[in-house]
Design a binder for this molecule. Structure first.
Ligand code: PEP
Length: 252
């Protein structure tokens, strides 16, 4: 089964609306000849609709950084899947470690969000990863197992056909430290076999597993060369279109 690589940019809480639109248009121009690879950017909720309009018809796809699992209602400050769909959003990042760390996201709320995303036809990018202490205590696989099993509890292979997993060791996010090739290789192989155990061989072989954590133009080629790495989730280095394009075109 061939999996089209996905290079996704998480813009976190950076860029005003006009700044986001400008970077998105610059990136779309730089990506006009890119083939065989999907490119996605996830701006803030405030910019997502304008950014989507500004790159419509280009190679750049749009993601959101979060959603709320209810369809609508008295949930001040939240955004639903329907609202994202109506703004031409295709992907949604769920359970990013910053949401787990600073905003009380749990495997249970992650699971509700994955369900809400799949029901509305948004492609969920489930983020998982161990902290530095958990790695030192050799709990990496146990933690990943729980995040995947609980985050996808009650969902079936059919609902998860557009699932993307993003392995993001917390200690590598925004720190400049990248997991070693062996560490990434071990974890990605483990995750693929876990998907097979929990769901099916087909789901395991079709699901893209991204690596995230200080991906930059200098290390992307080695990371993408790992058999079970199907793309990258990029934070800091995706904010500058000229830098991000060097990641996207790692193979040229
Ligand atoms: C991220 O935000 O998901 C991320 C991996 O950030 P960075 O690339 O800056 O480490």
């Amino acid at each position: 089964m061939s999996r089209i690589p996905l290079i996704a940019g998480n813009w976190k809480m950076y860029k005003t609306g006009p700044e986001a639109v400008k970077t998105a248009i610059d990136l779309a121009n730089l990506c006009s000849k890119v083939q065989g690879i999907e490119v996605m950017i996830a701006p803030t909720f405030l910019s997502v609709q304008h950014v989507a309009e500004s790159v419509k018809g280009t190679n750049v796809k749009i993601g959101a950084q979060n959603l709320y699992f209810e369809k609508q209602g008295a949930f001040t400050g939240e955004i639903s899947g329907d609202m994202l769909k109506a703004a031409d959003v295709e992907y949604v990042i769920i359970g990013h470690s910053e949401r787990r760390q600073f905003f009380g996201e749990t495997d249970e709320s992650v699971c509700k969000k994955i369900k809400a995303a799949t029901q509305i036809g948004l492609k969920p990018i489930l983020c998982i990863g161990e902290s530095e202490t958990q790695r030192e205590e050799e709990k990496t696989f146990e933690i990943l197992d729980k995040q995947v099993s609980d985050g996808l509890k009650g969902l079936g292979s059919d609902e998860l056909k557009n699932l993307v997993l993003a392995y993001e060791p917390v200690w590598a996010i925004g720190t400049g430290k990248t997991a070693s090739i062996d560490q990434v290789d071990d974890v990605h192989q483990y995750l693929r076999s876990l998907l097979e155990k929990l769901f099916s061989k087909d789901l395991a072989s079709q699901t893209r597993i991204l690596y995230g954590g200080s991906v930059k133009p200098e290390n992307v080629k080695d990371l993408m060369g790992i058999k079970d790495v199907d793309g990258a989730l990029v934070g800091g280095a995706s904010l500058d279109a000229n830098k991000f394009i060097n990641i996207i075109t790692y193979n040229t």
